[in-house]
Ligand binder design. Structure first.
Ligand code: SAH
Ligand code: SF4
Ligand code: F3S
Length: 477
């Protein structure tokens, strides 16, 4: 421990008490800063990447609020800026470096500004090397495994003139009961597991998020109950592969049984989850979904490729036929469910025939929407050293054709509810037209309808008057 001010004091060894101790320490420093500046001190958390990162950012914000910082959306005004990074594709990395360059210039103008970086990118040693060499103005760098130590690291950085760097290779620790500042009062993500053991051959996530660890069901249920008591009615259970939840717990618990238990919590009206790996999606889960009153009518089921040959090279452990058969079983049990997916174009060795197989699955399944990605080479993954990397112009051409098909089908699929009345959760004032509010249906589609701020967080019946492609215009009934 190199924090001079703290020498001689008894620092708790147990978590989360240890972090609460450092929150108190930081509070003192922040309050002094605020007095010296004669104004509140501000923070900004910038989040890249997936829902898991978004949830982590709420934890960062929880700590920053607890130590006395106030939130600002204006990065250049902030006294403390933290980027929670993603490295799933190369362009995510480039965006971070680009914005960081700009932030460096701001810091020259406001030297007291503190800059911190965390998240998945920081788990890559070449990134940290580059930051140490070319981005000396960064004050604090930590990774995904020690994010629960943010208060302690913040305290260290506040007491140091040098860059504080703390990256762990892995962890089996899950620390409960730290502060969280939710973005929405009425809905919340809930981590049910961390890490991933699947090692899809293109994917960096298992290397930067570590081995799969499930939270105890009691902790998850306790969190859901606390959220419900605090006004949350919609929970999104989060994990890289929720279908393998609980396999390593003692005793083991299935994801389906966890869902059934969350279903019992009074106050929770909607349950969502992300992400389902097709290889682990059980009949028990399909049954629970078909009987549930609360699980939303939406399933995100990443396909990645429609070619069994490519799926094998991707290490996805299902074939095109198995995937299609799974979709049939789900649709038979939960009619009208919205299906969405992720697709990668241009995986090494992908031929036009392979690509046609992907288009074939898209035509057969008819997704409500799909995220399409150009394959991005991630160093350290098996796919990065595979032969036959597909030339960029070929990938671009396939990508455009896929996008066109996906959008055409998605437009048709979305419009199938026109004229019906749906229950929506009112989420926010419409960004473009403040006389409208935006609500989300069970199937995850959005509808804009006349309303005001007092409706936010409430469930309303809305008639879907007109489909505008990927959203609806509606009226209250
Ligand atoms: N755990 C989730 C996905 C997490 S990453 C799952 O298995 O479905 C989100 C999406 O990013 C993936 O579904 C995949 O489509 C895409 N992706 C991951 N690695 C990629 C890469 N190297 N290049 C392009 N897309 C990638
Ligand atoms: Fe990546 Fe595959 Fe794990 Fe998803 S399941 S995070 S794609 S390795
Ligand atoms: Fe990105 Fe990390 Fe999520 S790499 S997609 S933020 S798990």
């Amino acid at each position: 421990m190199r924090v001079p001010e703290l020498q001689g004091e008894e620092i708790p060894m147990e978590e989360p008490e240890r972090q609460y101790y450092f929150i108190e320490k930081c509070r003192g420093i922040v309050s002094k800063m605020s007095q010296e500046l004669g104004r509140p001190v501000y923070y900004t958390v910038v989040t890249f990447g997936c829902q898991m990162n978004a949830r982590d950012s709420e934890k960062l914000e929880g700590i920053l609020e607890a130590v006395g910082y106030q939130k600002t959306e204006q990065e250049e005004r902030a006294d403390f800026v933290i980027y929670n990074t993603c490295t799933v594709r190369e362009n995510a990395n480039q965006r971070v470096y680009g914005r960081l360059g700009y932030l460096g210039k701001q810091k020259k103008k406001h030297p007291h500004m503190m800059i911190a970086l965390c998240g998945c990118m920081m788990q890559e040693s070449h990134v940290v090397e580059k930051l140490k060499k070319s981005y000396r103005f960064v004050d604090l760098i930590f990774g995904t495994h020690n994010i629960f130590r943010f208060a302690e690291l913040l305290c260290q950085a506040m007491n140091s003139d040098r860059m504080v760097v703390d990256i762990w290779k892995d962890t089996d620790q899950i620390v409960e009961d730290l502060p969280v500042d939710r973005k929405y009062s009425f809905k919340s993500g809930v981590n049910i597991m961390f890490g991933c053991n699947n090692f899809c051959s293109y994917c960096i996530v298992p290397y930067v998020r570590g081995r799969e660890r499930s939270r105890n069901p009691e902790d998850i249920l306790k969190e859901c109950r606390t959220l419900a008591a605090d006004g949350v009615t919609e929970v999104m259970l989060l994990g890289q592969n929720v279908n393998s939840y609980g396999k390593n717990l003692n005793p083991p618990v299935t994801f389906a049984s966890l869902l059934s238990q969350v279903e019992q919590i009074p106050g929770i009206k909607r349950i969502r989850f992300m992400t389902s790996h097709p290889k682990d999606l059980s009949d028990e889960l399909i049954q629970v979904m078909s009987q549930s009153q609360k699980i939303c009518s939406h399933l995100h089921l990443p396909l990645q490729s429609g070619s069994s040959r490519i799926l094998k090279k991707m290490n996805r452990r299902y074939t095109k036929e198995q995937y299609l058969e799974l979709v049939d079983r789900i649709r038979a049990a939960v009619p009208d469910i919205s299906l969405t997916t992720d697709i990668i174009v241009g995986f090494p060795g992908e031929t036009e025939e392979d690509f046609q197989e992907t288009l074939d699955v898209v035509r057969k399944v008819r997704y409500d929407s799909a995220f399409t990605f150009i394959y991005s080479k991630r160093s350290g993954t098996p796919a990065a050293i595979m032969e036959d990397q597909v030339p960029p112009e070929v990938v671009k051409d396939r990508f455009d054709r896929l996008l066109q098909l996906v959008q055409e089908i998605s437009r048709q699929m979305s419009s199938r509810f026109t004229g019906t009345v749906q229950e929506v959760l009112t989420e926010e004032i419409n960004g473009q037209d403040p006389s409208l509010v935006t609500g989300r249906m069970s199937n995850n589609l959005l509808v804009h309808f006349p309303g005001d701020a007092s409706m936010i967080g409430s469930y309303r019946k809305v008639r879907l008057d007109e489909c505008k492609g990927f959203y609806y215009m509606g009226t209250l009934v």
